[in-house]
Design a protein around this ligand. Structure first.
Ligand code: GLN
Length: 450
């Protein structure tokens, strides 16, 4: 995989940092362990992985795609990082992402974008485009992403790979650099559903270091993925969300979706139409709540504690202002301003408070739909991968990428994107959504479909 990275990554730029020596050392350690019978018992021991650069790593820099963290070496490993290491998984390097996970194309990375291996004039999606591209280009067989509004699922759809956003609280956020804490969730990325399930079981599970971590057994997703491979979904009800997949979706994406529904039926699933009337307000609510949390979380980049410091001016405030001016990119600044405005006195009830109410209504839509169906489906994204440069100056067009993925984040439920054929020569993703901690049935359906 290191050879493959050396061969293709100057074109793709899936990696911000390749840990060549540390990867070889870690792999050698597992080899020795296997020979001596002391290697970790995990089925993934010795398998290499690409880690999104938003998880802290003591042996590699961690930038979250931002200049403000350039050169920062974290003093501790994220829980996800530590669990990967404990399973004997070799971390190849840190992958390219939109700055602080804000974006849908990796073009907001402060270190240059990633290109889509299917067509290098196109984006791989974002914010976890580097992780997804590394899988599609065979630079890594496994990767980790984070999904705040779609950043695992949308890149998976754009690159023909599998991406899973676990139930909120299912995977620890300790050492995951926060964007929007009530939405952020780490998850597995892979080329097959079973690979994703194997990785899911390595990283998921309760962590006392994260107060929102769920203290319950991890759903048996490996068993579910294996069961799904028999291709029999009889007895399962698949809810087709009326509000997702119609207007605003590329014709080729709709055609692939229709085909996917027919195939699910062929596998024995019973299709039921469900309505989630508040989903159409999801995007609006998300782009108030998400920036609000960003404006608070990113206050910690104050020029004193981490990374960049621009020593301009006499006071701490002046140094802070100069550092934030130089260190944050335009999209991050846009969200900080938006969030600060939405939270300011006199506007709080009209914007943030209202958005929180919409969030509750969306969670209720899901709860009602899950009484009628075991899983819900939709296209993962409205379009296939778009050309670099197409949307970078049009934030609203960029935000529309997350139309179908955002409701899941707002509700804290689980969802994944599984490859669903091609439209106009580019990959399409089918989204499968499940209730909180309902990952098993979601993996089963995806494995049967894949
Ligand atoms: N594209 C969305 C955003 O820009 C989602 C990001 C994410 O999931 N990290 O906020």
């Amino acid at each position: 995989h290191l050879d493959r990275i050396a061969e293709v990554d100057s074109t793709l730029h899936a990696f911000l940092h390749v840990g060549h020596d540390s990867a070889l050392a870690s792999a050698a350690l597992v080899d020795e362990g296997l020979a001596a019978g002391t290697a970790p018992a995990s089925p993934l021991a010795g398998v290499p992985l690409a880690l999104k650069d938003v998880f802290t790593t003591t042996d590699m820099p961690t930038t979250a795609g931002s200049k403000i963290l350039e050169g920062w070496r974290p003093p501790y490993d994220a829980t996800v990082t530590a669990r990967l290491r404990a399973a004997g998984i070799t971390i190849l390097g840190k992958t390219t992402m939109d700055e602080f996970a804000m974006g849908s194309s990796t073009e907001y990375s402060a270190y240059g974008p990633t290109r889509n291996p299917w067509d290098t004039t196109r984006v791989p999606g974002g914010s976890g485009g580097g992780s997804a591209a590394s899988l599609a280009a065979f630079e890594a067989p496994l990767a980790i992403g984070t999904d705040t509004g779609g950043s695992i699922r949308q890149p998976a759809a754009f690159t023909g790979t599998v991406g899973v956003k676990p139930t909120y609280g299912g995977v620890s956020r300790y050492g995951l650099i926060a964007a929007a804490s009530s939405l952020d969730q780490g998850g597995p990325c892979a080329r097959t559903v079973l690979d994703a399930a194997l990785l899911h079981e390595v990283i998921a599970g309760h962590d006392p270091m994260d107060s929102t971590s769920i203290d319950q057994p991890v759903p048996a997703v490996v068993e579910a993925a294996r069961r799904g491979a028999d291709g029999d979904l009889s007895g399962l009800r698949v809810g087709v969300v009326r509000e997702l997949g119609g207007e605003g979706y590329q014709a080729g994406v709709r055609a692939s979706y229709d085909e996917a529904l027919r195939q699910l039926e062929k596998l024995g699933a019973q299709l039921v139409e469900v309505s989630c009337p508040h989903f159409e307000y999801g995007l609006g609510a998300y782009y108030l709540i998400m920036p609000s949390e960003v404006s608070s979380n990113l206050a910690r980049f104050d020029a004193m504690r981490y990374g960049l410091r621009v020593d301009k001016g006499a006071s701490a405030e002046e140094v802070m202002a100069a550092t934030r001016e130089a260190g944050f990119g335009p999209e991050v600044k846009r969200r900080i301003i938006l969030g600060t405005y939405a939270l300011s006195s006199g506007y709080y009830d009209a914007y943030y408070g209202q958005a929180q109410k919409v969030r509750t209504l969306i969670a209720r839509d899901f709860a009602a739909a899950f009484t009628q169906a075991d899983v819900l489906v939709s296209p993962a994204t409205p379009t296939t991968a778009f050309p670099l440069g197409d949307k970078v100056d049009d934030p609203l067009a960029m935000y529309l990428n997350d139309l179908a993925t955002i409701p899941t984040n707002l509700a804290g439920t689980a969802a994944l994107s599984v490859p669903s054929g091609l439209a106009d020569g580019l990959p399409v993703g089918l989204q499968v959504m499940a209730p909180a901690l309902g990952e098993a049935v979601m993996y089963r359906v995806a494995a049967a479909y894949e």
